[in-house]
Design a protein around this ligand. Structure first.
Ligand code: ZN
Length: 325
């Protein structure tokens, strides 16, 4: 039974992003019900529950996750690494040994968000994790993810984003596209929900070992990443993490492959970090070198939704590296 039969966009109390929601299964109109949201499309009629006030907007037929995963608060993605309390102190080794991860494009995503200052604008963060952005009190920042973390506004799967066509101003997908089963479909979904001229900020690994275990599927070269966002006009792209970080990670995972014992692996990881943490600092020197485009750990892309799709012939003219055919 519907408690409120008016469409969400007629509710004055709904925030800007809630008025943009659509059924993740059929893109139909959603209305509030006693136990969550319901699709008004008679053929669909799907129901989407809420957990602790967070709507679970998953198309179960097309996702590695089920609604029950969230209703029963099962471990999804990195919840197993970061307890909900968030208060657990990292172990001694993690505290005293410097990280061998370092981005040379850090701050780009923050600057991207700060461009959106109108309270009517909606910036969707896909795979939010525990990352918080600031729009300087401007646009609505909406955090979606596939785990019930702190600050997550809605549970959504990138393969079926629960938003209306051309309704969102900008999308951030940082370290997300390697974790989705079908990145091409996710990129098409981002293009679908963005307004004409809407922008995407994506950062995705190229040379990086498996992380987040079973939820890690794909890597992209700089050109492969450009092709993924081929429905967009490029505003800017470049190296997010350089060859130094790629080497540091390769060294760490090389050592880790020697042992399955958790304690041994802990010390191997610490040794690897201790002996490789300076490498990513060299990336500041390498980040504009052409050869680094063939060896980087990750790339970023900022694009504007375009009317035309970049063809593969145009694509190869954008190769930036030095490798000869
Ligand atoms: Zn529906």
């Amino acid at each position: 039974m519907l408690e409120n039969s008016s469409a969400m966009d007629q509710q004055s109390a709904a925030s800007a992003w809630q008025t943009k929601l659509a059924c993740p299964v059929c893109r139909g109109v959603l209305v509030h019900a006693s136990d969550g949201l319901v699709c008004t499309n008679a053929v669909c009629g799907c129901r989407f529950p809420t957990v602790d006030g967070v709507p679970i907007l998953i198309n179960e037929s097309n996702s590695v996750f089920s609604t029950d995963d969230f209703l029963e608060k099962r471990q999804t993605t990195f919840t197993e690494l970061k307890p909900a309390s968030g208060n657990r102190r990292p172990g001694l080794l993690r505290r005293i040994i410097p990280s061998n991860s370092r981005s040379v494009s850090r701050g780009n995503d923050e600057r991207f968000c700060r461009d959106y200052t109108d309270p009517d604008q909606v910036v969707l963060v896909i795979g939010a994790g525990d990352k918080g952005y600031s729009s300087d009190g401007g646009a609505n920042l909406v955090y979606s993810d596939v785990h019930l973390g702190e600050g997550v506004d809605l549970i959504a799967d990138g393969h079926d984003l629960p938003f209306q066509d051309a309704s969102i101003d900008a999308v951030l997908a940082v370290a997300v596209m390697e974790h989705v089963a079908d990145p091409q479909r996710c990129a098409a979904e981002v293009a679908r929900i963005l307004k004409p001229g809407g922008r995407v900020y994506a950062a995705t690994p190229f040379m990086q070992q498996v992380h987040m275990g079973r939820y890690d599927f794909t890597r992209f070269t700089h050109l492969g990443h450009r092709r993924l966002w081929r429905r967009f006009r490029e505003v800017e792209s470049g190296i997010a993490c350089g060859p130094g970080m790629a080497l540091a990670w390769a060294w760490q995972y090389f050592l880790l492959s020697f042992s399955e014992n958790q304690t041994t692996r802990k010390y191997l990881r610490a040794f690897a970090k201790l002996t490789s943490f300076p490498l990513p600092y060299l990336d500041e020197f390498l980040k504009h070198k052409r050869g680094a485009y063939d060896a980087a750990s990750a790339f970023y892309f900022i694009g504007e939704k375009a009317d035309t799709t970049r063809t593969d012939r145009q694509l190869i003219s954008e190769y930036r590296g030095l490798d000869s055919p």
